[in-house]
Design a protein around this ligand. Structure first.
Ligand code: NAD
Ligand code: UDX
Length: 471
């Protein structure tokens, strides 16, 4: 039986930070270290001004305030914290590979591998290593091989404990998870390691909601969950295109089909396309695995979810250009929202980035307002998307001249030809749309990529209003 007195988590990101803060909050007798190689990130986690935490999540400040300095510590002392802990979580990033074998599809496991090597070198006496990062099925085998080879042949226990939190609701998701999933070896040592992790979550999660499985099932459940969730969005978005051609209303359809208990009402909101660091990356990873295991039909099936999402983002941008008389060159287009969803400052894979790129290709002048995203982040996102387009040589000065970032919404909207809503921030619904209408050029177009405004009200106000899937 293991007694866990200290936990160390490698990676102080969107997952490592909030999950460890909640574990520390709920298990005051366990010391929790969160370590990262990025000193700026750690400094922000340690900032006495809780508004400067590196990520924005409702409720996070309060949890950090309660536990930080008591039994929650953020540090760059990776080696010392690994040595100290009985249980080590790996929560580093696993982005899509941008080079070499599997480029654009496979998960890049270099940070995970580095973490495993570091653990084995520093603490070769055999610890419990927990995969918190989302990983391809059978990665635990590679981690074990590395640990045992670098760790003088000592036996390590590797568990899979994927994280299901969604950004924007991370703290409530962590406090009240639908389930916790823990996979491990089914022999005596494996079961003891599983039990040690169960005991931690059992501080606040009812035992019947903690599911334990074999390693491979746990790893593959995470990719499968994200594929199913994203598939629902692509399915409703596919129907939204048909609605626009036929006069049906996609929100009415979502309501009607969601009332079927077998389908259920959640995750059927048609949109400009899903974003976020997980869905696309994890589905591409699943597709890559299927091809690797020579299952091309299965690979094609899931790849369709990503293709439909690309189509949806493209369709939205194209509708803006088409409606504005086939060109947006020199026209002011105002973007409300840049984050990939509301209540987060995260912009990874946000639909806004791809829509902006298509409009910039047509030489639009884009004015952006987002309540939480920083200016530098928006420029980094755009530079990145240009760097990924081999057909274009990138000139940063063009970007500087075509993009304006606003700290305040009304200036962003003034004299605009069109407004595009890219994120469903609640505050957008509270704006004085009458006042906005009088200050815009006419016809005043609003492209609501999130269907958050009332179509008939907007039309009454005088807008040329276009929702998603509103025929
Ligand atoms: P992130 O980029 O926000 O954080 C990862 C952190 O790991 C970074 O701060 C990085 O500096 C650090 N890091 C990388 N290598 C390191 C090393 N060798 N030593 C110490 N620190 C190191 O990523 P994230 O969003 O927290 O995602 C982490 C993992 O969790 C990914 O596998 C992701 O797929 C998965 N996940 C993410 C979410 C989400 O909503 N973001 C949800 C569920 C699962
Ligand atoms: C997702 C999974 O939900 C979570 O379980 C996993 O751990 C990480 O990936 P996240 O990406 O943070 O979480 O947010 P999520 O709420 O799933 O939204 C993802 C994207 O889908 C967002 O761009 C969101 O706007 C979009 N979305 C979501 C829709 O377009 N329609 C919906 O009905 C739901």
């Amino acid at each position: 039986k293991h007694t866990i007195k200290t936990i160390t988590c490698i990676g102080a990101g969107y997952v490592g930070g909030p999950t460890m803060a909640v574990i520390a909050q709920k298990c005051p007798e366990i010391k929790v270290n969160v370590v990262d190689i990025n000193p700026q990130r750690i400094a922000e986690w340690n900032d006495t001004d809780l508004d400067k935490l590196p990520i924005y999540e409702p409720g996070l400040k309060e949890v950090v305030k309660e536990a930080r300095g008591r039994n929650l510590f953020f540090s760059t002392e990776v080696e010392a914290c690994i040595r100290e802990a009985e249980m080590i979580f790996i929560s580093v990033n696993t982005p899509t590979k941008t080079y070499g074998v599997g480029k654009g599809m496979a998960a890049d496991l270099k940070y995970v591998e580095l973490s495993a090597r570091q653990i084995a070198r520093i603490a070769p006496e055999g610890k419990i290593v927990v995969e918190k990062s989302t990983l391809p099925v059978r990665t635990a085998q590679s981690i074990k091989t590395i640990l045992e080879a670098e760790g003088n042949g000592n036996k390590f226990q590797v568990l899979s404990n994927p994280e299901f939190l969604a950004e924007g609701t991370a703290i409530t998701d962590l406090h009240n998870p639908d389930r916790i999933l823990i996979g491990g070896d089914q022999d005596e040592d494996g079961l003891a390691a599983i039990q040690a992790l169960v005991d931690i979550y059992a501080h606040w999660v009812p035992r019947e909601q903690i599911i334990t499985t074999r390693l491979w099932s746990s790893e593959l459940s995470k990719l499968t969950a994200n594929a199913f969730l994203a598939q629902r969005i692509s399915s409703i978005n596919a129907i939204s295109a048909l609605c626009e051609r036929t006069g049906a209303d996609v929100d009415e359809i979502a309501h009607a089909i969601g009332a079927d208990t077998r389908i259920g009402p959640k995750f059927l909101r048609s949109s400009v396309g899903f974003g976020g660091s997980c869905f696309q990356k994890d589905i591409l990873n699943l597709v890559y695995l299927c091809r690797h295991f020579n299952l091309p039909e299965v690979a094609d099936y899931w790849e369709g979810v990503v293709k439909m999402n690309d189509y949806q983002k493209h369709r939205f941008a194209k509708q803006i250009i088409d409606s504005l008389f086939n060109t947006v060159s020199g026209k002011k287009i105002a973007f409300l929202g840049w984050a990939f969803k509301k209540d987060t400052n995260d912009t990874r894979e946000s639909a806004a980035i791809y829509v902006a790129k298509e409009l910039l290709d047509d030489l639009a002048e884009i004015h952006i307002y987002d309540p939480k995203v920083k200016k530098e982040q928006i420029f980094r996102d755009l530079e990145y998307v240009y760097s990924q387009d081999p057909t274009q040589s990138f000139d940063p000065s063009v970007l500087q001249s075509l993009i304006t970032i606003h700290e305040e919404p009304y200036q962003a909207l003034e004299n605009a030809h069109a407004i595009a809503i890219l994120t469903e921030w609640d505050e957008f619904k509270t704006y004085d749309w009458q006042k906005i209408h009088t200050r815009m050029l006419k016809p005043a177009f609003v492209f609501d990529g999130r269907n958050i405004l009332d179509a008939s009200e907007m039309k009454k106000t005088g807008f040329e209003y276009r929702g998603i899937g509103k025929g």
